[in-house]
Design a protein around this ligand. Structure first.
Ligand SMILES: [Cu+2]
Length: 390
């Protein structure tokens, strides 16, 4: 048996053992876009045939919202989304200034919320659930406060991974989420706590084209990775108006948005338990793999790669929709693990702390009701979530 066959056989046994259904022929050498489509079809047919994820309270698979790939949206749909984001950028904040003194817009509320809980929601037991809730609240704000009729789109990292600037997401056209930053001479980024150097792209300065050209943000940077991008002194909540900066870096997607990493996380060796899956996505299970979470942030670089203030870049939400989609796929394929969480309540368990539990409340600083993690584990639970990825 050659290596590919061996991997495929392992893959089959993992999936059939875990989920009890047959999978189409997935190939480690195939294009990751094609493989992801196959995984998607498998997830949809599994949900259609009924699953433990269907604990509906007013939600059903047919009634659920469909979150779609940015590239699958029509030009008009992309413009509708962009307009809704621009709308919340123009609205006044509603956050409490005691914890969000730097927020100047409704958009900033979501940035400030993230900066306030950063150390509790990364590399902890609530990483997936907290970000799912944050994203869901943002999507609701676009719809309820800005008249957006669609749902949150996602950034498919595998598409145009060799040249992100050619993708409909970053091509700088009026139907994109804005292009690269102005050229800013710098020596790459030091990511993953400074342990890994990533070469520069061709930007690094203010976003220079498309709908978010010249966008002003008001918080951070607090912990930027990019050479020459200096953190603002003081706290992560200080008012620091600056232009949104990017250095679109295809190097990271070219290196890590691979078929092997996709299969490994969703149905392969790194998918067996919530522990392995989460460590793989947050980037510390397989040596040499930075994980999809850090990968997407590093591909935006500059503002979008700041641990605290990355929601300054509107692409943050498309990236986290894709993270959420990968979690959703994994949940469908691993029903016995789907409602488990892994990790403690402190980042990298520093300082050491107890394990998180599904009864722990997700801290939304009073901007939204604090909900137990258990309510965010099923996207079809109907309390409050009711969506699938398409
Ligand atoms: Cu985050």
């Amino acid at each position: 048996m050659d290596l590919t066959m061996l991997r495929f056989a392992c893959l089959l046994s993992v999936v059939s053992r875990v989920a009890g259904f047959a999978i189409p022929p997935l190939d480690y050498n195939a294009d990751p876009v094609v493989v992801l489509d196959q995984l998607q079809q498998l997830a949809i047919s599994t949900l259609q045939n009924g699953s433990q994820l269907l604990l509906s309270q007013g939600c059903s698979f047919t009634r659920a919202a469909r979150r779609r790939d940015w590239e699958a949206l029509s030009q008009a749909e992309r413009k509708d989304y962009v307009q809704a984001v621009q709308c919340i950028i123009e609205k006044k904040p509603i956050s409490d200034p005691t914890w969000a003194s730097a927020a100047r817009t409704r958009y900033d509320d979501f940035v400030a919320l993230h900066t306030n809980v950063t150390l509790a929601v990364h590399n902890t037991g609530n990483f997936f659930a907290w970000h799912r809730y944050h994203l869901w609240a943002y999507e609701a704000a676009l719809r309820d406060e800005c008249g957006y009729k669609g749902y949150q789109p996602y950034w498919n990292w595998f598409s145009h991974r060799d040249n992100l600037l050619e993708s409909p997401l970053f091509d700088g056209s009026s139907t994109s989420m804005g292009g690269d930053g102005e050229f800013f001479k710098h020596n790459g980024s030091l990511i993953d706590g400074g342990s890994l150097w990533i070469p520069s792209g061709k930007g690094g300065g203010c976003v220079k084209s498309g709908p978010f050209k010249g966008m002003q943000v008001h918080i951070g940077p607090t912990m930027p990775d990019m050479d020459g991008f200096v953190p603002v002194g003081g706290g992560s909540n200080d008012y620091n108006p600056h232009c949104l900066r990017r250095d679109i870096t295809s190097y990271v997607t070219k290196t890590w948005a691979t078929t092997a990493n996709l299969l490994n996380a969703t149905i392969g060796a790194a998918s067996a338990t919530i522990r392995d899956f989460q460590l793989e996505i947050e980037g510390s299970l397989s040596p040499g793999n930075i994980g999809f979470h850090l990968m997407g942030h590093a591909a935006m670089a500059a503002d979008g790669a700041d641990l605290y203030t990355s929601p300054n870049d509107p692409v943050f939400y498309l990236h986290h929709a894709m993270i959420d989609r990968i979690w959703w796929l994994w949940q469908v394929f691993h029903p016995e693990e789907a409602r488990k969480i892994f990790g403690t309540i402190t980042m990298f368990n520093t300082p050491p702390s107890r394990n998180a539990t599904v009864d722990d409340l997700l801290d939304m600083k009073g901007l939204y009701p604090d909900r137990p993690i258990s309510e965010l584990l099923g996207t079809l639970d109907g309390s409050p979530l009711c969506y699938v990825y398409a």
